[in-house]
Design a protein. Structure first.
Length: 142
């Protein structure tokens, strides 16, 4: 394969990585293609089979050595826990909610379906404690 084809392949692989979700796999194959293209341009003319083997070797070694540190660096600011949990918040009942029954409650300006999991009924306009959230349902108690 001629040197410029390797460089074009590397640029295409870099572009694919840029359009992906950022798993940092394709970028290393792009780097392998660019390295093989630059070696061919520099005068190291290898057979197509050796170029292919060199491409695979460089790419796999780069993934093994650099992927984990690169992920750690770029995902450093991403929290690993739930950022905005509604459990523990206080909601306002929009209607009477009997024990074990369903009704509606307002939380952060939005109306939610609320299930009373407590031992006493929740009266309209009373504040209630959110135990947990499942989908669009708040599980609340007085």
């Amino acid at each position: 394969m001629i040197w410029w084809a390797w460089l074009v392949a590397g640029l295409v692989l870099f572009g694919l990585e840029a359009m992906s979700a950022g798993g940092f796999y394709v970028v290393f194959f792009g780097a392998g293609a660019v390295v093989v293209g630059l070696l061919d341009l520099a005068g190291l003319h290898l057979s197509l089979l050796l170029q292919g083997l060199l491409f695979v070797a460089i790419s796999v070694v780069a993934v093994a050595l650099f992927r984990k540190p690169l992920l750690a660096r770029f995902q450093k600011g991403i929290p690993t826990h739930k950022v905005d949990s509604l459990a523990g918040q206080m909601a306002k009942a929009l209607e009477d909610i009997p024990v074990g029954g369903r009704g509606t409650a307002e939380l952060r300006g939005s109306s939610w379906t609320a299930q009373n999991v407590g031992t006493e009924p929740i009266l309209r306009d009373a504040r209630c404690h959110v135990d947990r959230v499942d989908g669009l349902t708040l599980y609340v108690r007085a």
